[in-house]
Write a protein that binds this ligand. Structure first.
Ligand SMILES: [Zn+2]
Length: 669
C-alpha cells in the first residue's frame, strides 16, 4: 500500500470505529460483532505504529489505555469549578426562587432542570475540537490530570462532531459527571468477589476508584460512562441560554442526559423534582437529587456567585434512603470460593420502601474502620438497588458496648483452617469439602446465568445437601421424585416440577455449562470464549496451559485456574458423574451454513410462545444476531403483541416485518 492510500485508510478506520463506538455505547444498537470490532481496532493499531501522524491523539486506539503513571500531575482549571448550594426541603426551593426574583427584579424565572448524578465531576478541555486535557474537580481551583483515563471512556468523543447548532470553538472547557451504571457495577463487584478482591461499596466509589487509577489500562476495562452538562470558559462562540449550551453539546456528539428539561417556572421545577424522585429507583444509574439552573446566561451573570457557590443554581437533594436500627449479631458467611464475609443481622427496618434485615460488612478492615459491634445502633442506607450497608454507628462513645468483632480463625461451617492470602483482604476457608462452599457451588450451578434450573433456589439446594441427597451438582441428575418427597414440606407437584426442570438441563449450552462449573476466575464472558474456542467439554478438559493462554483475553492466572480445576481428582469424579448421568452440553457450532447466518433480528412487543431471552438464544444458536434497536442492517423485525416504536421505525426504514408465527416457521418450529 502506498503512503497516501495508507493515510486515507487510517482516517477511514478511525471514522468507522468511532461510528461503531457510538452505535454500541450511546445508541445500544451494535451493528457488528465484537470479533469484527477487534479486527478493525487491531488493523488500525498496526497502521498507526507504522505511519504515526498528528491526529493520533484523537484516534480511537487511544481508548485502550497508556503506560501506567507514577502519580497524577496537578491541573489548574482555567475557570473555577464551583460547587452547588443544597436544598433538602420543598420550602427551600421556593425560597431560592423568591430570592432570585427579588435580586433580579423580575416576576418569573425560567430554569433548566437536570437529574443530579451521583458520580465524579470532571473538567474537559477541547482545543479546535480535539480533546487535549481532562481533570478531576479537586478543590475547584486545582484538580488531577486524568486525561489518559478519560480517553478510555468510550462514550466520550475524542473529537467534537461538526454540528448545525454551533460552530466548533477554538477552546472550551466542558463540565460533566463520570458515573457507573448499576448493572455493570453489580457485575464488576461479582467478578471482584470471585477473584478474591474487595468489592466496591457503591457505584460512585467504583467510578471514582476506576477514574483515579494510575494504570489507564485498568480504567479501560471498567464500565465507565459520562454525561456532559455545562461549559466553563469558551473562545470563539457565545450562547445566550443554558439550554442552548446543552443543545450544542449534544450536537457536538457529547452524551447529554435525556431527562434534562426546560422548566418555565418554579412550579414546573417542583413537579419535575417529584417526578424524577418517583422514577429514581428505575433508572439505570444512581441519582441523589435534581439540579435547577437559571436558563438565561445574562441573568446568571447578574446574579453572580456567593463564596464558592453560583447564586443561580441549586442542588435539590432527595431524602436519603437511610434508616436507623440495631445490630442483633454479626455472622460470618462462607462463599463459593471459600471467602468469609461478615454480615450484620439487624432488627428489620424499612429503608426507602424495602424491608431490610441484613447488611454486608464487606471485610474485617471495613468493620474496624467504622468500629461496628454487636448491639450497636447504626445508620444503614441503600444506594439504588445495591445491598444495604452500614454507614456509621450512632453513639460510638456509649458505655457498655460489646467487644470488638474478630474474624474467626476457623471456618464457621466446617471448622477448617482459615487463611488470608497475600495481597487479598478476604479470609478464605481452604477445605475443598467445606459444606458451605459445596452448597454455594450447587446454588451457583442452578442459578439463572448458569443452568437456570427453575425451582432450585438457595433454600432447597441447602435442604437437599443437608439431607445428604446431593453432595455436588452432578448428583442433581440422579434425584428422583420419591427422594425429594422425603424432605419436609415438599408438595408432589413441586417435586415433579423440579425433576422436570433438572431433566431439561441435560443438554445445556456449552458456555453456560462451563460457567456453571464455578471454576475460579471463569465468569460468563470467559466461559463464552472457552466454548467458542474448544467446542466441547472434553476438549476443554484436555487443554494445557499453552492451549489456553493463546486466547487473547486469557492470562496465565485464569489458565492455571482452569487446568488445576480439571486436574483436581474430586472434580474429575464429578465430571465423570455428569457423563454417567447423560449430561451432554451442546457444542457451539456457528458456521456460515447455519440457517440464520448473517441475518439480524429485532424483537418488539410480547411473544406468546417464548420469552425475549429464549428467542435470543434460538437466533444465536442458528447463527443469527439479535439487535436491541432497528438499524439499516436489520434483516427482520419480529412484531409480537403490542409492539413498540421499533415497529414504526422499521416501517419507515422499509425493513421486513414478520409475525411471531412467521418467525417460528423461519426457525423450523
Ligand atoms: Zn469451611
Amino acid at each position: 500500500m502506498d503512503e497516501d492510500r495508507t493515510i486515507k485508510k487510517i482516517s477511514e478506520l478511525r471514522k468507522t470505529i468511532e461510528y461503531h463506538n457510538r452505535r454500541y455505547y450511546q445508541q445500544d444498537a451494535p451493528e457488528i460483532s465484537d470479533a469484527e470490532y477487534d479486527r478493525l481496532m487491531r488493523e488500525l493499531q498496526e497502521l498507526e505504529t507504522r505511519y504515526p501522524d498528528d491526529d493520533i491523539d484523537s484516534s480511537p486506539t487511544q481508548r485502550v489505555g497508556a503506560a501506567p503513571l507514577s502519580k497524577f500531575s496537578s491541573f489548574s482549571h482555567p475557570s473555577p469549578m464551583l460547587s452547588l448550594a443544597n436544598a433538602f426541603f420543598e420550602e427551600e426551593i421556593f425560597e431560592f426562587n423568591n430570592r432570585l426574583k427579588r435580586m433580579a427584579s423580575v416576576d418569573k424565572i425560567s430554569y433548566v432542570a437536570e437529574p443530579k448524578l451521583d458520580g465524579l465531576a470532571v473538567n474537559l478541555i477541547y482545543e479546535k475540537g480535539i480533546f487535549t486535557k481532562g481533570a478531576t474537580r479537586g478543590d475547584g481551583a486545582t484538580g488531577e490530570d486524568i486525561t489518559q483515563n478519560l480517553k478510555t471512556i468510550s462514550s466520550l468523543p475524542l473529537r467534537m462532531k461538526k454540528s448545525a447548532q454551533a460552530a466548533i470553538p477554538d477552546f472550551v472547557e466542558i463540565r460533566g459527571e463520570v458515573y457507573m451504571e448499576k448493572e455493570p457495577f453489580e457485575k464488576l463487584n461479582r467478578r471482584r468477589r470471585e477473584d478474591g478482591e474487595e468489592p466496591f461499596a457503591n457505584p460512585r466509589n467504583a467510578a471514582a476508584g476506576s477514574l483515579r487509577q494510575l494504570d489507564s489500562k485498568i480504567t479501560a476495562r471498567r464500565p465507565l460512562n459520562i454525561f456532559l452538562y455545562g461549559i466553563g470558559s469558551i473562545q470563539g462562540i457565545s450562547f445566550s441560554t443554558h439550554w442552548e449550551i446543552l443543545q450544542a453539546l449534544s450536537g457536538w456528539g457529547f452524551p447529554v442526559n435525556k431527562l434534562i428539561e426546560q422548566a418555565p417556572g418554579i412550579n414546573t421545577c417542583i413537579e419535575y423534582f417529584k417526578r424524577i424522585g418517583d422514577m429514581r429507583n428505575t433508572l439505570p444509574y444512581d441519582i441523589d437529587g435534581v439540579v435547577l439552573k437559571v436558563d438565561s446566561l445574562a441573568l446568571q451573570n447578574t446574579l453572580g456567585n456567593i463564596s464558592r457557590n453560583p447564586r443561580w443554581a441549586l442542588a435539590c437533594k432527595f431524602p436519603a434512603q437511610q434508616a436507623t436500627t440495631i445490630i442483633k449479631e454479626i455472622i460470618v458467611q462462607v462463599g463459593r470460593m471459600g471467602t468469609l464475609t461478615p454480615v450484620a443481622v439487624m432488627e428489620p427496618v424499612n429503608v426507602g420502601g424495602v424491608m431490610v434485615s441484613r447488611a454486608t460488612l464487606h471485610n474485617e478492615d471495613e468493620i474496624r474502620k467504622k468500629d461496628i459491634r454487636e448491639g450497636d445502633t447504626v445508620v444503614i442506607q441503600r444506594a439504588g438497588d445495591v445491598i444495604p450497608e452500614v454507614v456509621k454507628v450512632v453513639d460510638p462513645d456509649k458505655k457498655g458496648r460489646k467487644k470488638e468483632f474478630e474474624m474467626p480463625d476457623k471456618c464457621p461451617e466446617c471448622n477448617s483452617e482459615v487463611v488470608k492470602l497475600e495481597g487479598e483482604v478476604a479470609y478464605r476457608c481452604v477445605n475443598l469439602a467445606c459444606p458451605a462452599q459445596l452448597k454455594e457451588h450447587i446454588r451457583h450451578f442452578a442459578s439463572r446465568g448458569a443452568l437456570d434450573i427453575e425451582g432450585l433456589g438457595e433454600k432447597l439446594s441447602a435442604q437437599l445437601f443437608d439431607a445428604k441427597l446431593i453432595a455436588d451438582p452432578a448428583d442433581l441428575y440422579f434425584l428422583t421424585k420419591e427422594k425429594i418427597l422425603e424432605l419436609d414440606r415438599q408438595a408432589d407437584k413441586s417435586a415433579q416440577n423440579l425433576i422436570d426442570s433438572i431433566a431439561r438441563a441435560k443438554n445445556p449450552p456449552l458456555d453456560k455449562f462451563i460457567y456453571a462449573l464455578g471454576i475460579r476466575h471463569v465468569g460468563e464472558r470467559t466461559a463464552k470464549l472457552l466454548a467458542e474456542r474448544f467446542g466441547s467439554i472434553e476438549n476443554l478438559m484436555a487443554a494445557e496451559m499453552e492451549d489456553l493462554t493463546i486466547i487473547n483475553e486469557i492470562g496465565p492466572e485464569i489458565a492455571s485456574s482452569i487446568v488445576e480445576f480439571f486436574h483436581e481428582p474430586k472434580n474429575k469424579a464429578v465430571m465423570k458423574k455428569f457423563a454417567n448421568a447423560g449430561v451432554i452440553p451442546q457444542k457451539k457450532e456457528i458456521s456460515n451454513n447455519a440457517p440464520l447466518a448473517g441475518k439480524s433480528f429485532v424483537f418488539t412487543g410480547a411473544m406468546k410462545s417464548m420469552g425475549r431471552n429464549d428467542a435470543k438464544d434460538i437466533v444465536e444458536n442458528l447463527g443469527g444476531t439479535v439487535q436491541s434497536g432497528v438499524t439499516k442492517k436489520t434483516t427482520y423485525v419480529v412484531a409480537g403483541a403490542e409492539p413498540g416504536s421499533k415497529l414504526d421505525k422499521a416501517k419507515k426504514a422499509g425493513i421486513k416485518i414478520i409475525s411471531e408465527a412467521e418467525f417460528l416457521k423461519l426457525i423450523g418450529k
